[in-house]
Design a protein around this ligand. Structure first.
Ligand SMILES: NC(=O)c1ccc[n+]([C@@H]2O[C@H](COP(=O)([O-])OP(=O)(O)OC[C@H]3O[C@@H](n4cnc5c(N)ncnc54)[C@H](OP(=O)(O)O)[C@@H]3O)[C@@H](O)[C@H]2O)c1
Length: 320
């Protein structure tokens, strides 16, 4: 049976790589778009059997070059996103103008299914450029491609993430951990393989015209997450709620680093819970459950951050 072709933007990212693997195992041929084949080739190529993956290099996101990528594919998915701005990589370009252009080109090219990945917990936010650009992106996608599927995940984690791995590194080195907003912000972390399965089901079952909030099985506060990470790496640290003025000052300094742990924009976003809104369909409503629990998943890779690494003797510890 001839594989079905799907054009994936942002294929080399954490979610993209897992999705490419799931799709190519299930008779889809992925046309994976990346800015740099030489840099991303290896991590992408190992996700698929020969013949199921084609890599397309796109140096800039301009209308003509993007249009040229639309060959025989029936489906398009946009996973391109950034966490902080850097030089010309600005939120409105990546989260608003690009989805606007891509959904318009997809409509013109009579694409049968267009899937756009946005974020959970952004809808009411007025003081974060990240959130506002994501809101605008969703609006533009819906205007240009009314049958689009918009997927809004809570925080996504795995051994390949930018979240648990960075916090475990920080917790390993620092004797204290600042708690922004007293660590009360709530999240519904979803494991990347659960999310890739949900996106795969949306593709395979040809679901159209939906906005789907995607969450894992638990609601955890920021403090719960830090405590579970600490327990998993077998460390005790002082968890200190810090005043907002100090948090703002430290974020202003940290955001000057090339790959910042937190920026002012992220600090603003952290004020808002990242859990289902109660207003939109969820993955559970569609029968696409995400069952992987945070602690049991991080326990599978946290040994790298424990004293003694793979030879560490894990003992249970609790903090605060
Ligand atoms: N991870 C989470 O916790 C989370 C939560 C909610 C929503 N989301 C959303 O889900 C989507 C995918 O997330 P992810 O975690 O897989 O992201 P990721 O690992 O950071 O990957 C982002 C992808 O975006 C591409 N990209 C970045 N800047 C680009 C630019 N200027 N031009 C073209 N491509 C660019 C990169 O492709 P190349 O380097 O190969 O070109 C990369 O493949 C994003 O829209 C993100 O906002 C993620």
């Amino acid at each position: 049976m001839k594989p079905k072709e799907i054009l994936v933007f942002g294929a080399s990212g954490q979610i993209g790589r897992h999705l490419v693997r799931k799709l190519t195992k299930n008779n889809y041929k992925v046309l994976a778009v990346t800015r740099n084949i030489h840099q991303k080739g290896y991590i992408l190529k190992t996700q698929a059997n020969p013949g199921y993956l084609e890599m397309l290099e796109l140096k800039s996101l301009n209308y003509e070059d993007v249009t040229n990528l639309f060959q025989n594919c029936e489906k398009v998915i946009n996973l391109i996103g950034i966490l902080f701005e850097k030089k010309n990589n600005e939120f409105n370009k990546i989260h608003e103008f690009f989805p606007h252009m891509l959904s318009e080109i997809s409509k013109k090219n009579k694409i049968k299914q267009f899937i756009h990945i946005s974020s959970l917990g952004i809808d009411e936010v007025k003081d974060s450029k990240y959130a506002i650009s994501k809101q605008q992106g969703e609006k533009k996608v819906r205007e240009n491609f009314e049958n689009a599927v918009i997927i809004k995940p809570s925080i996504v984690y795995s051994v390949d993430d930018n979240f648990t791995t960075r916090f475990m590194t920080l917790l390993n080195h620092s004797p204290i951990m600042p708690l922004y907003y007293e660590g009360k912000t709530k999240f519904a972390p979803i494991h990347v393989s659960d999310l890739a399965n949900i996106i795969f089901n949306v593709i395979d079952q040809n679901i159209l015209s939906s906005t789907i909030e995607c969450t894992g099985p638990e609601i955890l506060s920021f403090k719960d997450i830090i405590k579970q990470l600490l327990n998993s790496i077998n460390k005790k640290r002082l968890l200190i709620p810090i005043p907002l003025s100090f948090a703002k000052l430290s974020a202003s300094i940290l955001q000057m680093f090339p790959n910042p742990l937190i920026t002012r924009d992220q600090l603003n976003l952290l004020k808002y819970d990242n859990i289902p809104s109660g207003k939109l369909q969820t993955n559970n409503d569609l029968g696409f459950e995400a069952n992987k629990k945070f602690k049991s998943e991080i326990d599978k890779y946290s040994f790298n951050w424990r004293t003694g690494g793979q030879y560490s003797k894990k003992t249970s510890s609790t903090t605060n």
